[in-house]
Design a protein around this ligand. Structure first.
Ligand SMILES: [Cu+2]
Length: 358
């Protein structure tokens, strides 16, 4: 009876304080479930639709004159199949990857050939109707303001890309991404202010002029590229040659683990969502213990799990304890190698340490 009660409590604790690492690994399964549900609903909708919608002869839509509607095409379906084959190839690798690439390329070539034929036909028809060459208008009709051409959208996209790369790699790349995006957005704002001034002028003159066409922003692109490349090199530790680890730079740092003598008993205190110890050295194939003190407030749970160096493959999973509690974790002996000890609730740099087994 007590065993039953304990297993219920165990199950409840998993629901109340879920192991986020395990939940995230369930995401693809949940997505697959959604896709299957969607297909099931589509099939059901098709099967239950009235016979009128499935009449054998459908109306062929007739486009109004001067309007070109591309004809029906299998190309999108082929391309989708090709993309699926490529993704499958990426998963399986080897020959499947080659086959996937081939199918996708053939599908796209088919689509391209179809589009060129369509274009040729449309051009031919337009020539016959005397619609070519097309009339090029000198400017917008009076009273209509068209903003001039601008490099800002492209620069904005490049800056956003740099920022996204920064969010992934952190540190210097993040700083560079922020600088690039802020610079390009400020430039865009300056352009917008100039344009607004012209609009105000037009209130008096009755004539709206565009701001001058932009020149190719060569200097901005050069300086921006240099900043970004420098940041990547700094972040990768290529320059300076012996870069000290930046604080909180994503990788578990701390004193060089090789200089520590191996031990079999450790104490770790967690406070403010951070371990006070970020490195442990234990002898190979020898059990060891961690006396763990969760010094955060009740409601903030932590644990100490052992994972492989990829930080995701669980080697030994331990139960979480609530803030204010402490416990002793018993770990089994491990083969020599480098592992991490990590909090499954907060798998962040401050709750990740290096476990060296030798
Ligand atoms: Cu934690």
């Amino acid at each position: 009876m007590e065993a039953l009660w304990r297993s219920i409590l165990d199950l409840l604790s998993k629901i109340i304080t879920p192991d986020w690492g395990e939940l995230i690994s369930l995401l693809p399964v949940a997505l697959a479930g959604l896709v299957i549900l969607w297909f099931a609903l589509t099939v059901r909708g098709w099967a239950t639709v009235g016979p009128a919608r499935r009449a054998p002869s459908r109306l062929t839509p007739i486009a109004p004159p001067d309007l070109h509607m591309p004809g029906p095409s299998y190309a999108p379906i082929f391309a989708a199949a090709g993309a699926a084959a490529l993704l499958w190839g990426l998963v399986v690798g080897g020959t499947a990857l080659l086959v996937g690439v081939t199918i996708l390329v053939l599908a796209l070539l088919y689509w391209g050939r179809e589009a060129i034929r369509d274009y040729d036909q449309a051009t031919h028809a337009a020539e016959h109707a005397g619609m070519l060459p097309a009339v090029v208008h000198a400017g917008p009709p009076p009273g209509v303001h068209m903003p001039g051409p601008s490099f800002r959208p492209f620069l904005g996209a490049a800056g956003t890309t740099a920022l996204m790369a920064g969010l992934v790699f952190g540190g210097w790349v993040l700083a560079a991404g922020v600088i690039l995006l802020v610079t390009t957005l400020s430039g865009w704002l300056v352009d917008a202010v100039k344009e607004y001034r012209k609009t105000e002028e037009a209130d008096h003159t009755g004539h709206l002029e565009n701001i001058p066409d932009p020149v190719w922003p060569r200097r901005l692109i050069q300086v921006g590229s240099i900043i970004f490349v420098l940041a990547v090199l700094l972040q990768a530790g290529i320059i300076p040659p012996k870069a000290p680890e930046t604080a909180g730079g994503g990788t578990p740092s701390g004193p060089a683990p090789t200089e520590e003598a191996p031990a079999t008993a450790f104490t770790i205190t967690a406070k403010d969502i951070a371990y006070d110890r970020r490195s442990m050295v234990v002898p190979a194939d020898t059990p060891f213990t961690v006396t763990f003190d969760n010094a955060d407030t009740p409601g903030i749970s932590h644990d100490v799990d052992i994972r492989k160096a990829d930080k995701t493959t669980v080697v030994q999973d331990e139960p979480v304890i609530n803030g204010g509690d402490s416990t002793t974790y018993n770990f089994d002996g491990l083969p020599a190698g480098t592992y991490v000890f990590i909090c499954s609730i907060h798998p962040v740099a401050n709750m990740t340490g290096t476990l060296t087994v030798k």
